[in-house]
Design a protein around this ligand. Sequence first.
Ligand SMILES: Nc1ncnc2c1ncn2[C@@H]1O[C@H](COP(=O)(O)OP(=O)(O)OP(=O)(O)O)[C@@H](O)[C@H]1O
Length: 600
Amino acid sequence: MGGTARGHSFLAWATSRRDTLASIGLNVAAGVLTTLGLLATTGVLHQLFAAGPTPDRIRAALPALVLAAAAVTVRGALTIAAGWAQARLIPQINYAVELRLFETTSAVELAAFDDAGFAEEMVRARDRGLAEAGSIVNDTVNLVTGVVGVAATAAAVTVIHPLLLLPCLLVAAAPEAVTAVRMARRQHFDWLARITRRRRKFMLGDLMADRHTAAEIRAYQMREFLLAEYHRMVSLETRAELRLARSQTATRAVGLSATGVAAFGLYAVLGGLLLNGVVALAAAATALLALQSARAGLRTAVFATNSLYEDALYYQDYRDFLDRARHRVPAGGTRPVDGFDRIDLDRVSLHYPDTEAAAVDEVSLSVRRGEVIALVGENGSGKTTLAKLIAGLYRPTAGVIRWDGVDTAELDPRQTAAQVAVMSQDWWRFPFTARQNIRIGRHDRPADRPGPEVEDAARDAAAHDMITELPFGYDTLLDWQFKDGQDLSGGQWQRLVAARGLYRDARLLICDEPSAALDARAEHALFQHLRRHPDRAVVLITHRLANVRHADRIFVMDHGRLIQQGDHDELMAQEGLYRELFELQAAGYLAQAGEAAAES
Ligand SMILES: Nc1ncnc2c1ncn2[C@@H]1O[C@H](COP(=O)(O)OP(=O)(O)OP(=O)(O)O)[C@@H](O)[C@H]1O
């Protein structure tokens, strides 16, 4: 926890030195005025309890009274100023903490997202870690305020009567502090133990309240099934929460009893000292005031320590996540890249985490500039994984990928990625306008770099007409959740994804099922533009084998292994999976063509 609090104060310091200094400094200054105020009050009481006529005593007490009033006023002003500095600091810190998280999550390697442990840590960091950053600052300032308050009072008391109250204060504070820390620890560990179940509960809740799942849930009448599953989670959760509440209540009861006994003892000691004449009446009265002020300070400090302890435990999750995530940011090399003549895969394998079999198993192949190659195989045979390896989205768990003979690990990763465009099979409906949805394919294209215009890319992907028919054309927001937002059909989205890929205008174009949702006309239009181009290599994955007939080379995958390669004619001349799959598809068309001929 010490490390965390230190780490965080660095963050506050780095975020805004002025506001951090002001938050702490003004609170300390307010504490000094508390001491002054108490000393002035003792002065007032001494004069009032002295012998002599009342008007004289009041007159004598006046200067101290003015001093006490001034101390209270200035202290109030300082506290308000400290509050202002704190209010400025918190949003800055929250922003810095969020930014750090998203800078890291968006930089980690893709493989990290396949790791369930990493995904869970990320949820934890977002779920609680972020929210705690602001509270840590608040609680730290409160702790400083509380401690300064107690120290200020203790200083005043020491001046008035050395060694009288300090031990008493400590005795009064101990039970509260111990109870608070115990409760915070238990709360945290209980939360950790329940996190997987809570994630599942949220996920079920999302399924039942999401627009994208609504149709399927109704079509399969999944409602009762989901509700029963949700109910099961909720009952387990409720039971766990009740168990926690029971033990927390017991701890609090013990803590409060101990605090009561300590307070009683404290007053008894003070009474005894007064009766025995060890303390004067004025000093005893100030002591009571001081005790009250000290206890308020103590309560603030204990409460802040408790919250700080709890915040720190959650915030530590955030920091641990950042540390671990930073190790998953691909380091990459420094060799500059500007295109390639050939990419060679040498016995490349990829194992997903927690899986037995390799998704890609010792595959060797090459992709040359100016070629169109195709990856073919049944579902789950490893085509998408292999394409992601070629695209550099995954690093091989064994084997080497070389660009013009250089291991990709040595190449500058940003420059390498700039050479690649991926039309992915599982694309996302980005909530931007149609134009932005295409432009994000190369949003940072410098003005002097040639490339297709947004509308040309859309035309090539058969998306232009559909976009111009939208209510605001290219400026239509493609998110139905916002006013004037629109949604598109699956095929329309896929045209947009294709347009984005073409707009990116990269040397290596990877098309994973680019036409799965397209109608025949759009598919035809797209494939016109995926033909050979001297400056570009295309890696095509498709189950519609008619589209791979013209590929320069076809690679056939089965259970992660490369089992056949060659062009269409070579592969058709062999017994094997390719011919089998091709003939199965062709038979469907031929049968239909035959039936049509018979009918006419
Ligand atoms: N993120 C992942 N984590 C774990 N296993 C995965 C992951 N993605 C794919 N797999 C597994 O890896 C294997 C290869 O999957 P891949 O998606 O590469 O196949 P594919 O040939 O593209 O299939 P399809 O034709 O259905 O698109 C499959 O057994 C799949 O279950």
